[in-house]
Design a protein around this ligand. Structure first.
Ligand code: 13P
Length: 252
């Protein structure tokens, strides 16, 4: 059976409690749009409140520390996220990789910590503009993914991959559907190589300037199982435009 498209909103460093009304509105719409699986990843400070306010959608976090606990001022562990109501965590986002110098190895340890805490995990990968221009995008992204995935070959059902070209994030620029298809096919082949048949079921999301008016096209590309949405997930209105597109409903 085909999986439902998975549409995840990454609120990044946006949102105070005033934004919970957006989460509630998204949750109400998700109740009707059962053809789509919807989730939000608000900042840490809103994970618990979002879980309480929005009972139907998935709620997760944007990062975790690889250790279970300890002397790591300012960090948050995967078991803490689980305790606050998160069901998943995003790891390896390009903004974490660039702002905090996160290596593939650290991302892999974070993903393993998330799984150990019983969370699902979204592992992000993506090439820079220079890497794409040099014709190296597929090679770079598949190598990045291979090194960022948990070592266990037994976790496919808890795993989602997000392909986010760095140059498409927050820029309004998107790759062609052919380029998205080529990358997602290469990622699928890598996943099947690692996980066998279970690799066929890992959802591969596209992220980077997904908007209501380009969502249907991007979601229609080969092996695209959903979207990881930044800016357009900050209001219920624009996020719902994307969820409707994923549901195959006309937004005109
Ligand atoms: P934008 O949708 O704002 O380009 O952000 C994409 C992203 O980084 C989601 O994780």
């Amino acid at each position: 059976m085909a999986q439902r498209p998975y549409i995840v909103g990454n609120w990044k460093m946006h949102g105070t409690r005033a934004m919970l009304s957006e989460a509630r509105a998204i949750d109400r719409a998700a109740e009707r749009l059962t053809k789509v699986e919807v989730a939000l990843a608000p900042p840490f400070t809103l994970v618990h409140a979002t879980r309480k306010e929005a009972g139907l959608i998935g709620v997760g976090a944007q990062d975790c520390h690889p250790a279970e606990g300890g002397a790591h001022t300012g960090d948050i562990s995967a078991p803490m996220l689980k305790d606050s109501g998160a069901g998943f965590v995003i790891v390896g986002h390009s903004e974490r990789r660039s702002d905090h110098g996160e290596s593939n190895e650290l991302v892999r340890r974070k993903a393993e910590a998330a799984l150990a805490a019983g969370l699902a995990v979204i592992v992000c990968v993506g090439e820079s503009e220079a890497e794409r221009d040099a014709g190296k995008a597929v090679k770079v992204v598949t190598a990045q993914l291979e090194a960022s995935l948990p070592e266990s070959t037994d976790c496919a059902e808890k795993l989602t991959v997000a392909y986010e070209p760095v140059w498409a994030i927050g820029t309004g620029r998107v790759p062609s559907v052919d380029d998205v298809s080529e990358m997602h096919r290469a990622i699928r082949a890598m996943l099947v190589g690692k996980f066998g048949e279970a690799g066929e079921t890992v959802r591969i999301l596209y992220g980077g300037s997904v908007k209501p008016d380009n969502a249907a096209e991007l979601l229609g590309a080969n092996e695209v199982g959903g979207a990881l949405v930044g800016g357009a997930s900050l209001t219920a209105e624009s996020f719902l435009g994307i969820i409707l597109a994923a549901a195959g409903e006309n937004t005109d």
